[in-house]
Design a protein around this ligand. Structure first.
Ligand code: GDP
Ligand code: MG
Length: 218
């Protein structure tokens, strides 16, 4: 059954978007999660519009499809269509640049205005490997997240610290909401798509844990 994780083989597809100021590490978080890689040099866009990765939660396959902003964030010109149909929004700041923390309210406002009401928001304090240059302490991040009803993680796209955790925990929360019938799945505006029944995979084998590495363009 080599084809067990093929193109259509998922039970649920969850659309994630990543926002935050330029250079906080959004593209590298995506790269780390979908390819296990990191790039030192800054690139406006890494030529990938989205990546995806499969996760197994309670015997179902969740395909996490993550959309990256590829540079538009410089002008805060990310359009409504970007947020549309998103199940989860990762709002990222850089713990070594306070100014990126101070922009959060704007990002949250944009996200709330343009995402479905059901969107799960996650606050991500990235670059936690650079603790010696820290300008935002962890407690402050956590309090901000609590105040806005967000999950919170400090991550490092460089070392990978907490990156898997962030996706796993947010997807687990979404999976729980799916089971509680929180979403209207007939209507994919909530950013969740059910897999084709025929292609749904009944799990229980190790293969299910294999990651699928997919890029968008290029
Ligand atoms: P984006 O503009 O938000 O997509 O940011 P990038 O992912 O392109 O990263 C911007 C710069 O920060 C690059 O030079 C990355 O190598 C660096 N960077 C990203 N994440 C981390 C991290 O977790 N730790 C460290 N030390 N550098 C990072
Ligand atoms: Mg980028």
């Amino acid at each position: 059954m080599d084809e067990s994780i093929g193109e259509m083989n998922f039970n649920y597809l969850l659309k994630y978007v990543i926002v935050g100021d330029a250079s906080v590490g959004k593209s590298n978080l995506l790269l780390r999660y979908t390819h296990g890689e990191f790039r030192e040099e800054y690139q406006l866009t890494i030529g990938v519009e989205f990546g995806s990765n499969n996760l197994v939660i309670n015997n179902s396959i969740y395909r996490i499809q993550i959309w990256d902003t590829a540079g538009q964030e410089n002008f805060r010109s990310i359009t409504r269509s970007y947020y549309k149909n998103s199940a989860c929004a990762l709002i990222v700041y850089d713990i070594t640049r306070r100014v990126s923390f101070e922009s959060l309210s704007d990002w949250i406002e944009d996200c709330k205005n343009s995402s479905p009401k059901t969107v799960v928001m996650v606050l991500v304090g990235n670059k936690c490997d650079l603790a010696q240059n820290r300008e935002v302490n962890e407690e402050e991040g956590r309090e901000f997240a609590e105040k806005h009803g967000m999950l919170f993680f400090e991550t490092s796209a460089k070392t990978g610290q907490n990156v898997e955790e962030l996706f796993k925990q947010s997807a687990t929360l979404i999976a729980k909401k799916i089971k509680e019938n929180y979403y209207d799945l007939e209507n994919d505006s909530c950013g969740i798509k059910k897999g084709d029944e025929e292609n749904n995979v009944v799990l229980g084998n190790a293969k299910a844990n294999e990651k699928e590495k997919k890029g968008g363009c290029c």
